[in-house]
Design a protein around this ligand. Structure first.
Ligand code: ATP
Length: 358
């Protein structure tokens, strides 16, 4: 369990954040300048805050009152940066071993091959970083962090420097890390799509403070937690794969509600979480007939939040889970939408891309 309470001031910025996280991936999520990296630095020991308390389990890393301060190299924290930061003159194998050596850990041959296999690094072990793709470099950085036998891994925007194709290549490795490796991870991101796929817990930050903490489906179903503005908003639903249809669609079921998406490779019975962008949801007061969209979900409006511009965010509750819909204020008025009103959310199947499903 990671417990963080930190207060710090830079000129013009005040951090006053408190949260705790347990297993899996805890994502620090917020707009640029909200304090994500500052918190990561406090936890890793790169920054000593003015006051607070940081502990990993019963291991106190920092305590302002009792002046406990464990230096970074003694914290047993593996760090994954935006750029992989590998040693250019060392092979992949030597880079991986360096992580272990630096942490004074001697991984067994078994541990080494389990981790290199999990990250698909077998074929590149004898190459130098100059001969690796951006995605491969980042996989080596993940392996190096894991081989240092860490109590916690911090990944600071690990996908930010990669193009879309490389991002898609790396995301499944982080999913495997979350699901198969028992080391908890603190993951810094401002991409809501990334958060929706990876997060076990989201800590939403704004102006150096924790707005809310919770599961992604709860955080993204709340229109008041939009640190990135409406464009990044979307909800996360948990669903089961029900059937693969021969016309290229996969049928999911969420809380008894069928949802059709473009075919995904998951087996029938498998569990997935899917991100639905608030922009891809249309609202209707009555069930629309003769409509091309395949997903029509009965909902009740739980909250409406109007912005300064023409748009508004509508939070909806349905059997499938909580949704967000981005509509205009004019539509809200025209349809007579308000809290407690029943309506139908319409989602185009093709709006849910495979990258939004994990
Ligand atoms: N060493 C420093 N000295 C002065 N100000 C700093 C320092 N480090 C960070 N800040 C300021 O603190 C604020 C929070 O920065 P931080 O890097 O934690 O944000 P972030 O959420 O990680 O942003 P981004 O997504 O852009 O990386 C910013 O206003 C930044 O300019």
């Amino acid at each position: 369990m990671l417990t963080v309470a930190a207060r710090h001031e830079f000129s013009g910025f005040e951090l006053d954040a408190k949260f705790s996280s347990d297993h899996g991936i805890t994502v620090l999520f917020g707009a640029s300048g909200s304090g994500k990296s500052t918190i990561a630095h406090v936890v890793s020991g790169l920054l000593r805050p003015m006051a607070g308390h940081v502990a990993l389990g019963d291991h106190v890393l920092f305590d302002g009152d009792t002046r406990i301060w464990v230096p970074p190299h003694r914290r047993r924290i593996g760090y994954i940066f935006q750029d992989a930061r590998l040693f250019p003159h060392l092979t992949v194998r030597a880079n991986l071993r360096f992580g272990a050596w630096f942490a004074r850990h001697r991984p067994s041959a078994d541990e080494f091959s389990r981790i290199t296999e999990m990250l698909g690094l077998g074929p590149v072990l004898d190459r130098r970083p100059a001969h690796l793709s951006g995605g491969e470099k980042q996989r080596v950085a993940i392996g190096r962090a894991l081989l240092s036998n860490p109590r916690l891994i911090i990944a600071d925007e690990p996908l930010a420097a990669l193009d879309q194709a490389r991002k898609a290549e790396i995301l499944p490795y982080f999913e495997r890390l979350r699901d198969e490796v028992k080391v908890p991870m603190l993951y810094v991101s401002h991409s809501s799509a990334e958060v929706a796929r990876l997060a076990t817990t989201v800590v939403a930050l704004s102006d150096g403070k924790v707005l809310r903490q919770g599961e992604p489906s709860v955080i993204f179903g709340d229109p008041s937690v939009l640190p990135l503005g409406p464009r990044g908003a979307g909800s996360v639903l948990d669903a089961l794969v029900k059937e693969q249809h021969p016309d290229g669609l996969t049928e999911l079921v969420a809380g008894g509600q069928p949802l059709f998406v473009p075919q995904i490779p998951h087996p029938v019975g498998g569990q997935v979480s899917l991100r639905i962008s608030a922009h891809d949801v249309i609202l209707a007061r009555s069930r629309p007939l003769d409509i091309s969209a395949l997903n029509v979900v009965p909902c009740t409006i739980t909250k409406i939040r109007a912005g300064d511009g023409p748009g508004a965010m509508v939070a909806l509750h349905s059997a499938a889970g909580s949704f967000l819909a981005r509509v205009t204020k004019r539509s809200i008025q025209r349809l007579g939408l308000s809290q407690g009103v029943d309506c139908f959310a319409i989602i185009k199947s093709v709006a849910i891309a495979p990258k939004d499903i994990s």
